[in-house]
Design a protein. Structure first.
Length: 159
């Protein structure tokens, strides 16, 4: 599992662009800025839609006021799903929606969550990290089924 001090992996992620999904390289995307990244098992799921993502949207201005350049939400979903979820949640440009459809980033950092028995397949563990210049400075990983340390309020206190 990725640790504080480690660099983020350099894999392909996707964002929705004006003409459809666009590829970004993760390490380059994190380079030269301070980012709060939070990840969750899936778009449109109860805790993710009801508490996790809305908390970051509500606190986006406060988080940015602490010297954060970008707030990003990552899920093992495709860019179309992430964009639909962005629209559903009323997000404009407050949060970057990063699609890790193949789970490459999630696997590279060792935070996969096997939800096959529930019909979801392999997803991301719920976590939040603070990344500065592509290196992890803080990492809060949730215990299975919990939502206690990756929320926006907790991360805001770390900034």
């Amino acid at each position: 599992m990725i640790q504080v001090g480690d660099r983020v992996p350099d894999v392909e992620l996707y964002v929705m662009g004006p003409s459809g999904p666009e590829t970004i390289k993760s390490e380059g995307w994190f380079q030269g800025k301070r980012v709060v990244l939070f990840a969750l098992p899936g778009a449109f799921t109860p805790t993710c839609s009801g508490r996790h993502l809305p908390g970051y949207l509500e606190k986006a201005d406060e988080i940015r006021s602490k010297g954060v350049d970008s707030i990003a939400c990552l899920s093992v979903n495709d860019a179309y799903v992430m964009d639909a979820w962005r629209k559903d949640q009323g997000i404009e440009d407050e949060i970057e929606m990063l699609a890790d459809g193949a789970g490459l980033f999630t696997s590279a950092i060792g935070l996969e969550l096997d939800l096959s028995k529930r019909g979801y397949g392999t997803r991301s563990t719920r976590y939040a990290m603070i990344v500065k210049d592509a290196a992890v400075t803080h990492l809060n990983v949730e215990a299975s089924g919990k939502f206690e340390v990756s929320d926006a309020t907790t991360i805001l206190e770390l900034l």
